[in-house]
Ligand binder design. Structure first.
Ligand code: GDP
Ligand code: ZN
Length: 309
């Protein structure tokens, strides 16, 4: 039988079959996948093949195969060991919830988030929430911010979880998709989920919660069904994203608008800092690449956590 993993608690997995029945599943023996040295072979979001066995009149599923993952995100390794913990897989959209005020979301935060999403090959939808509280001046700022990301090709949407503005459109875009939420505390993640699906009563965790960084918690992700066949992956208190495994000259690959033009830089290993005839820098000067994006890039490049060549 084929099913989707909704929950994992160490050695047990909650798997929903195609016809909606939920089975308690285990894995038999050990199996390794995709050359990932992961502490957890089966994760929330995985599509699995399983058989059902009777154990003392209890049905137990035995997972025999994990279908190839379209993508997955790792929990940042705390002790820098090679072993990794996969948080969740097969995500269609990361939702980055952004507010201009109460609280402020900086472009630096947005861009770091997007770089991580690019590194994991997951699309991001930028959701600008609390549109009910912006005055005319804020609105101008908001629109110029949105146009930066629109121009690069990111999906963006303006909403207000409080007034319901944009919520129908949001639901439409997310229907039949598996999503994960990120953004600062207080930007409205819980409110948005409640606006989409009033009865869930969920304390939505924050995948980019700075405070939980480094805290070694053995918590697991869980998948929830929302209206319109939207599937929400909730990951309690985990700093999901890290860029530690990337080389300086790889970061440019995660800025799509840089990648588009970087082949025209004079040096093919150009990191767009001090090299002569850098086409990316020319585009920044001409205004075709946004200043704030370039600043974020430089910040990331200068981050000590990155490997050096
Ligand atoms: P979370 O920490 O990201 O889950 O944020 P919450 O959903 O708990 O929201 C934090 C606060 O912002 C609450 O007081 C919400 O009522 C408020 N809030 C959420 N969305 C909106 C919105 O669209 N407009 C306004 N004005 N307030 C909002
Ligand atoms: Zn360059």
């Amino acid at each position: 039988m084929k099913g989707l993993v909704y929950k994992s608690t160490g050695s047990w997995y909650s798997v929903k079959s195609d016809n909606g029945d939920v089975f308690n599943c285990k894995i038999k023996g050990k199996f390794r996948l995709e050359n990932i040295d992961s502490t957890n072979p089966v994760v929330v979001g995985d599509f699995v093949e399983f058989i059902v066995e009777d154990h003392d009149q209890q049905e137990i599923g035995i997972i025999q195969k994990v279908y190839e993952r379209r993508n997955y995100i790792l929990r940042r390794s705390v002790n820098l060991s090679k072993q990794t913990h996969i948080l969740a897989s097969n995500i269609d959209f990361l939702l980055l919830i952004i507010t201009l005020k109460n609280p402020i979301t900086t472009t630096s935060f947005i861009d770091r988030f997007l770089v991580s999403a690019e590194a994991y090959s997951i699309k991001t939808l930028l959701i600008f929430n609390k549109c009910d509280i912006y005055n005319e001046k804020d609105e101008v700022l908001l629109n110029s911010l949105i146009s930066i990301y629109d121009d690069i090709g990111y999906d963006t949407i303006k909403i207000s979880a409080n007034t319901g503005y944009g919520i129908k459109e949001l639901e439409k875009r997310l229907s039949n998709k598996t999503i994960m939420l990120g953004g600062h505390s207080g930007v409205g993640k819980t409110s948005i989920i409640n606006a989409i699906h009033g009865s869930l009563n969920l304390k939505v965790a924050d995948i980019s919660d700075q405070h939980s960084q480094g805290r070694h918690t053995t918590t697991y992700a869980e998948l929830h069904d929302l209206d319109n066949n939207i599937k929400l992956i909730d990951t309690p208190g985990i700093k999901g994203f890290g860029l530690v495994n990337y080389e300086k000259n790889e970061i440019t690959n995660f800025f799509p608008e840089f990648l588009k033009v970087s082949s025209k830089c004079k040096f093919n290993n150009c990191i767009h800092m001090n090299e002569p005839k850098c086409f990316v820098k020319q585009k920044v000067e001409s205004g075709e690449i946004s200043n704030s994006r370039y600043e974020s890039y430089i910040q990331i490049i200068n981050d000590d956590n990155l490997k050096h060549r």
